[in-house]
Design a binder for this molecule. Structure first.
Ligand code: XMP
Length: 317
């Protein structure tokens, strides 16, 4: 019978047999899947697992430092690489969503590849691929219908000459969470909402600048913290904020303002393939809206996205 404990025991033994004394490199994203994969491998081969955590500058506010800290506390052999400026530079002037994804995917591979080459005698590349990724990469992003180019699967180049190992390949998300819990993954990572690889880039409609990233990080932080403070975070599958490429007129005192609009998004889903917008309480939305407009300079209007998937997607790009 399947249980997290029996899965861990069997997988650790299998990993030890397969890997022996080989070194393995793994890219941590801050998400559940890569973190659980890392903990499993760490349990099997200890410091022979070399983790790389890249800051693409498009993560949530303070996320890079706090998640890196959590990883270190877990005893992982992890190197944090801040490549924010490099990503931003490459994204300069780009507003087309698929172009953003391609650039972020390519730069991630470049940075990761450079870092992996600094590790002596590394033989394997580990990935946190889970079963639905395998299916989705065939059905959604197959050769004929590419809806969005997710870069979780098969993105890393063959030229790295590494053998690939994917210890979570047969698990569903809820099983991955149970395994993570079994391995002592802290709640701040375990219960985290899904977050797209291209990060805030696909929530900033139009061009990405350091200023727009910083603005969205502030707004997003207010929304996510409010969800947590009101015990709504765990009952929502995914939440985030979109920064729109339009300005609208407002008033402050007797001044006319002309500033940005942000759209809050919160959805219920089981796998991201379909999703319903969440009926967040009006009072909650009112408080969040006030807090955003009062605290974040440059935003004078907050709207709530009441579209379900399909036909709308969860992300706006
Ligand atoms: P959509 O917007 O397609 O999103 O309804 C479904 C789920 O996938 C996430 N998503 C991505 N994840 N790279 C990722 O790693 C991407 O390019 C990407 N695009 C969307 C999205 O956050 C949601 O959970």
């Amino acid at each position: 019978d399947w249980s997290p404990a029996s899965f861990v025991a069997a997988t650790v033994e299998e990993l030890r047999n397969t890997l022996g004394n080989d070194k393995v490199v793994l890219g941590l994203s801050g998400g559940v899947d890569s973190s659980v994969a890392a903990l499993l491998l760490h349990k099997a081969i200890g410091p022979n697992l070399c983790c790389i955590f890249v800051n693409n500058g498009l993560l949530r506010k303070n996320e890079f430092d706090s998640v890196l800290d959590s990883y270190k506390h877990l005893g992982l052999n992890v190197k944090g690489v801040d490549a924010s400026e490099r990503f931003l530079k490459e994204l300069d002037g780009v507003s087309e969503p698929e172009a953003k994804r391609k650039i972020i995917g390519r730069v991630f591979i470049e940075v990761f590849d450079e870092e992996a080459h600094l590790i002596k005698d590394v033989k394997w590349l580990a990935q946190g691929t889970i079963y639905p990724d395998v299916i989705e990469s065939v059905s959604v992003n197959g050769p004929s219908v590419t809806i969005k180019s997710h870069h979780n699967v098969g993105g890393l180049p063959e030229k790295m000459n590494l053998k690939v190992i994917e210890p979570l390949k047969l698990l569903f998300k809820d099983e991955v969470r149970r395994v993570g819990k079994e391995l002592g993954l802290p709640e701040n990572i375990l219960g985290r909402h899904p977050f797209p690889g291209p990060g805030l880039a696909i929530r900033i409609l139009g061009e990405i600048t350091a200023e727009r990233v910083a603005l969205l990080q502030e707004v997003d932080d207010i929304f996510i913290n409010a969800l947590k403070a009101n015990n709504l975070y765990d009952s929502v599958w995914q939440a985030g904020v979109m920064l729109l490429p339009v300005k609208s007129v407002g008033v402050m005192g007797d001044e006319r303002t002309y500033e940005s609009v942000v759209a809050l998004r919160a959805v219920q889903s089981t796998d991201g393939m379909t999703a319903d917008w969440v009926h967040l309480p009006y009072e909650f939305l009112a408080r969040v809206s006030n807090e955003i407009i009062n605290k974040v300079r440059g935003v004078n209007r907050v709207v709530y996205d009441i579209s379900s998937k399909p036909p709308a997607t969860i992300e706006w790009e």
